[in-house]
Design a protein around this ligand. Structure first.
Ligand code: SF4
Ligand code: SF4
Length: 329
């Protein structure tokens, strides 16, 4: 402030820990975590403070990984529609960064002196096993917190202890190399783990498609999101949204074709699993979405929503299903 610089904090609160029980542990190929804890809150903070959008400088470098090497130096991030990202030190090597810091006597994070060479989230699935060993030594309380969470999922998935000790949890779908390592160790790890709180069975019925959910459709909650699919009308317990009929207080819905059946599933999934990350709020061109303070879930403004469905395109609940999308920053 004394130098005229406004300091804005984008805080995800406890979003990671809430979202963990919707998504299951993050992986290198399943990076819902950065959308929920970084990109969503950043989108909301930009929207609130700089409605026209921002040019954002970050310190990522091409030598950090093969993936980073292939990325551009200036980019648009589809998860943060109101920013253009740029990395001024993209071509720098680590030694150049350090020489710059020393030559200008700049302060740096003291953890670099304790053997950490990458400082980000302590439980990042991109970290190596060596980095986790260092975490156990330097910050045992943090490792213990994460180990307990992993143990919960290990039991839920019925996996062996090696899933944690050898770090196999860092993938949703094991890479070729990890599969080979598991084979060499003689550890039985399934190729892919999957966790879907809201499930659906979709069946063709001649006149259309019938959906059966694993949860009863709550009318109040459904009405908070239904306009996304189309014009909404209500008749008793039947909620019609566009061409889809939801039979609330039961588990059933009806759609005219397969595409609408999948969209109906996505709507119910977002209604129930929403973790309030805010990514879709930034994407909505009509300012029709907000996050309810109490439930921390999205609510649609009926008067503003034009049923364009753009918010469906960015929701991490629907998008992070394959490694390409999951690993994109
Ligand atoms: S993006 Fe906004 S206007 Fe479009 S369907 Fe979603 S809530 Fe409605
Ligand atoms: S519905 Fe919106 S706020 Fe909720 S998880 Fe999806 S993108 Fe995030």
């Amino acid at each position: 402030e004394p130098k005229g610089i406004k300091f804005v904090v984008a805080d995800a609160g406890d979003a990671f820990w809430r979202a963990l029980y919707v998504f299951s542990p993050p992986g290198r190929d399943y990076r819902w975590c950065c959308k929920v804890t970084k990109l969503g809150p950043i989108t909301l903070a930009i929207k609130e403070n700089y409605p026209k959008g921002v040019l954002m400088f970050v310190g990522q470098r091409k030598y950090e990984s093969i993936k980073r090497f292939k990325q551009p130096r200036v980019w648009r991030n589809e998860w943060v529609p109101n920013e253009i990202g740029a990395s001024p030190i993209f071509h720098w090597r680590a030694i150049e960064v350090w020489l710059y810091i020393f030559s200008r006597k700049l302060p740096y994070n003291p953890l670099y002196e304790r053997g950490f060479d990458r400082i980000g989230c302590f439980l990042c699935p991109s970290a190596s096993l060596a980095e986790f060993e260092r975490l156990k030594r330097e910050k045992p309380e943090l490792w213990e917190k994460w180990r307990k969470a992993l143990e919960h999922w290990r039991k839920r998935f019925g996996l062996p202890e090696e899933w944690i000790t050898y770090g196999f949890w860092r993938w949703k779908k094991l890479s070729k190399g990890e599969k080979a390592i598991a084979g060499k160790l003689g550890v039985d790890i399934p190729e892919e783990r999957s966790w879907e709180p809201v499930k659906v069975k979709i069946e063709e019925t001649g006149g259309g498609y019938e959906l059966e959910f694993n949860t009863v459709l709550n009318k109040k909650r459904l009405l908070q999101v239904a306009p996304i699919l189309g014009e909404v009308s209500v008749e008793g317990d039947v909620v019609r949204a566009g061409e889809v009929e939801f039979f609330t207080e039961t588990r059933m819905a009806k759609a005219p074709d397969e595409m609408e059946a999948v969209s109906a599933y996505y709507l119910v999934k977002r209604a129930y699993e929403c973790v309030g990350c805010g990514v879709c709020v930034g994407k909505c061109p009509e300012e029709a979405l907000s996050i309810d303070e109490k439930s921390k879930k999205i609510v649609v403004d009926w008067n503003r929503c034009t049923h364009c469905r753009e918010c469906m395109e960015v929701c991490p609940l629907l998008k992070i299903k394959n490694p390409e999308e999951g690993s994109q920053l």
